[in-house]
Design a protein around this ligand. Sequence first.
Ligand code: SF4
Length: 480
Amino acid sequence: MVQTQLEAAREGTITEAMAHVADRENRDPEFVRQQVADGQAVIPANAYHEALDPMIIGREFATKVNANIGNSETTGDPETELEKLHTAVHYGADTVMDLGTGSDLDEIRETHIDHSPVPIGTVPLYEAVKQAGSPEEITTELLLEIIEKQAKQGVDYMTIHAGILAEHLPLTDGRTTGIVSRGGSIMATWMETHGEQNPLFQIYDEICEIFADHDVTFSLGDSLRPGCLADACDEAQYAELDTLGELTRRAWDRGVQVMVEGPGHVPMNKVAENVERQQEVCDGAPFYVLGPLVTDVAPGYDHITSAIGAAMAAQAGAAMLCYVTPKEHLGLPDENDVRDGLAAYRIAAHAGDVGSGHPGARDWDDALSSARYAFDWREQFRLALDPDRAREYHDQTLPEDNYKDARFCSMCGVEFCSMRIDQDARDRADGEMDRLESGIDLESSPAAEVNRPPVGTHESAMLPSDETWTDRSVEEAGDD
Ligand code: SF4
């Protein structure tokens, strides 16, 4: 019989996973245990996921980033999907959701779990629709069968769209963009066709039993999240949130870990309100947000519109950010989109941690700033969030090796380099630049390992080599 991390924490046990994440985050193991016991943090760690390098998600810990991958009817064999996993982890994803809806789903999922050092999340409803043939044909038996199968395969967390209820549906009638969650639209179709309550809500206790048996973590889906600013914070969104609060407590009563998903599209002035409301309604369960996008007018740049909202959400207490790529709303992302999306979200997560005063978060910034003022270009590249990109841009105009020791770059040029001018002036005044020797030591800093470069903080020995797959694509981010 598996004991969940939540059950172990409640009885006072510091598990191996808790000790490991405490080490990674430079926190006291007892603090980690207490956070898990109180439901304020989760360690998604299916007992059957042997390749896992455990991590923790909670507002008291470094903000995490999720990347979505997965095949479709037309793209993605098992080998391609494994390369997508590698790309996501290489560019710094803390968790990966497999949203595949194409062929070979079991083989792909099992291969991911065999190789992935990061937690794997799924949306079992997608496989149910695929097997049933249409949303209307789904049965509660089929849902339970698929959820149990995926739990046995080692999936660490599952999005379960149990919070959208029949009585919520009329509340969406006046919306500008209706129901934009894929899972939400499937459940709404089922309820309207059968005239019955959400089947995932009906079998919620059985799902809890399966999750408890394997230590699968709930990611309670926000089926009624707003798909545009006009629908943000409406009655439908908040009515579902109230149900998610009840479902959170029901899962906790059964010893199951829970995080709660959130919007979507939200104007800047309402981002913090969303986080605070979720924290209150769901008793502090970790909030896992998609973006939110703070404006609807920039298709092609939605990794930026959403990273702004994500940074604000992280500062306000969101625990994990689901990345959005530049292709959001437009098409399937390719490798460059994944890289840009993950960079945007790692920036958002780190900026949020700096803004909220997360212990040690700013040491990284201070170390890079010192390297910058010292014209230590190699150290700047090493510390950069995306070292390859930083070096590539520097090399575009100053490729020769000697420029790696230069006291200027091509932006202002040698004559107008303000930092050089400033240093020369100080040299003349002081004789020497003692201040440059301050040398922040990141290795002994309280900054968590998760806050430090280079990208990709997980043990990746199990992953295939770093191949380029420029012609390959991944599922559209955030479409769960
Ligand atoms: S040239 Fe300008 S941008 Fe480049 S290092 Fe000097 S001050 Fe900074």
